[in-house]
Design a protein around this ligand. Sequence first.
Ligand code: FMN
Ligand code: SF4
Ligand code: SF4
Length: 303
Amino acid sequence: MKILLVYYTGTYNTRFLTDGVQAELLRRGHEVDRAEIRRGAPVINTAGYDMIGFGYPIYGFNSPLPFNNYVKKLDILSGQKYFIYKNSGETFAMNNASSRILLRRMRRRGAIFAGEYHFVMPYNIHFAFDKNFVREILFYNKKLLKIMADDLESGHAARIHSNPAYNFASAIISVQKIGGAVNSFFYRADDKCTLCGLCVKNCPEDNIKIKDGKIEFGRRCDMCMRCSFFCPADAIHIGFLQGWKVNGDYRLNELERLGPPESPYITPESKGFYKCFINYFKDIDERYARLEDRGGSPDKTDI
Ligand SMILES: Cc1cc2nc3c(=O)[nH]c(=O)nc-3n(C[C@H](O)[C@H](O)[C@H](O)COP(=O)(O)O)c2cc1C
Ligand code: SF4
Ligand code: SF4
């Protein structure tokens, strides 16, 4: 198949995931192109692709606004097959509603649903995940990638079920609409800033500049956290979300290479925030076992 991956990323978790999707599909002999969404990115021509994969991080139980705006501009033909690979820091059921705008848009255009997959990636906001937890997550993501690729090849369209209550609630909690309009007034860099220019160069909205020897934020912030997450001096204040700021690269490639932790991070006794991962990992294990029974994923060397 000729497959196009269209994705949005803030702190590069979705880009990392897209690298994995691309590698798995290439390994199976498919042709893969990709398009990363950022301000000014050209609207890609989708003609000639057998399938489109949409990747996005969940923001407040929704897909990101720049992602929605970009997809709106795509010329999707009736009969076009598509799948979704979304990711977020946890698997609370409210996240199930996050694709509702994309699904509605694709339905209206007569596109054919080929599956939806929810990957977990470490939080880029709220709190930093423990490295062993990240290693375990990345290990499970590799299994889910293989399940997804096998489904896409066999025509099994996996669904994530939402309900009207979740859809309604997630429509109300569109943090980015508030964030973009209000919170961006409170972004600032403090005295620790060395004017290295990294945030200016990398902001996907070109929303940061250096003026009169100081960092200045504009008013079109996506709340993607890229600037504050990667600032080497940890100098950026992110307004009312300051208490939830996470600063520092997880170094995902290195953690992935290490493989899963020596003893499981999530156990049947895991509680509180971590409880939702018990069933999430169990579900992946069960689906992966079925895949092996069917003779899928013959190459397991990288798991
Ligand atoms: C503004 C904002 C809102 C978020 N909302 C959620 C959420 O509702 N649920 C969740 O599990 N993770 C949430 N996250 C965490 C991200 O979805 C997660 O860290 C993701 O992997 C980031 O991907 P990226 O690096 O490609 O941007 C949020 C992150 C941001 C910045
Ligand atoms: S990345 Fe941090 S240190 Fe570098 S210019 Fe931006 S705020 Fe200053
Ligand atoms: S200002 Fe920072 S959080 Fe806002 S869009 Fe740019 S990089 Fe993302």
